[in-house]
Design a protein around this ligand. Structure first.
Ligand code: SF4
Length: 237
């Protein structure tokens, strides 16, 4: 991906699936901004917010005259179903927000810097205890198996960044599936997984420094699934 973006300078045009995912993320951020302000948005208000994000900048005539209208409308309805499930889960128990859409920037490996954004960090009551959860908003069209979730590179990255920023482990990493509307908790990752992340970063940086690119498609860890450059990558072999 680095090669396509920075060396070949191919344009970065998010496809409609990526836009869909981004807008679902914006909706979740908006919802928890309201929670931070001390109010739970109404259900109808939350659905309207989704409509305003998905059809942003379009009038009803644009929508009606758009030849892909049915397709767009199907996605709108898919989004609404996700929003309804999200609302049911998080309006009932939003928890206490510690960080919402919060950027991190931490050292890693051989003098490298890892940057990213925590979707949500919150504290919840669980069986009489307080639990710190680091939640990853996921719009994957499928729900990965438990083993795949445990190896999910995004969750390991959040775990690593959390430890460096807060100098402690999170209690839970959580894969929240917008498709199923369920929270899938994952234990903080063992040292070998953290080490694997650090080695991967060192390895990728050395590939970039030495200009040794070749396609390394990685569906298991979800990296390629959301990549803009799958088509040129597939033809590169
Ligand atoms: S499809 Fe996968 S291997 Fe190819 S550029 Fe994208 S992320 Fe990299």
């Amino acid at each position: 991906m680095y090669k396509f973006i920075f060396q070949d300078k191919l344009p970065r045009r998010p496809n409609r699936d990526q836009e869909f995912s981004q807008k679902i993320h914006v909706l979740a951020t908006w919802f928890f901004n309201n929670i931070q302000d001390g109010r739970i948005p109404g259900h109808r208000e939350t659905r309207q917010k989704w409509g305003s994000l998905w059809f942003a900048g379009k009038t009803k005539y644009d929508i009606a005259l758009d030849s892909s209208y049915k397709y767009e409308q199907r996605r709108n309805l898919r989004g609404l179903t996700m929003v309804d499930k999200f609302y049911e889960v998080f309006s009932a128990d939003p928890g206490f927000v510690i960080a919402n859409d919060f950027d991190f920037d931490v050292p890693i490996g051989n003098d490298h810097v890892l940057t990213g954004t925590f979707d949500l960090i919150r504290e919840v009551d669980y069986q009489g205890n307080k639990l710190i959860q680091v939640i990853d908003w996921r719009t994957d069209p499928y729900i990965p198996r438990d083993l795949v979730r445990k190896r999910d590179i995004q969750l390991v990255t959040f775990d690593y960044a959390f430890r460096l920023m807060f100098q402690t482990k999170p209690d839970q990493l959580v894969y929240y599936s917008f498709k199923s509307g369920e929270l899938y908790p994952v234990e903080p990752r063992p040292p070998r997984e953290i080490q694997r992340l650090i080695s991967s970063v060192n390895n990728i940086c050395s590939i970039i420094e030495n200009n040794l690119y070749y396609p390394r498609q990685d569906w298991q860890h979800n990296i390629c699934r959301w990549c803009n450059y799958r088509t040129p990558c597939a033809h590169w072999r």
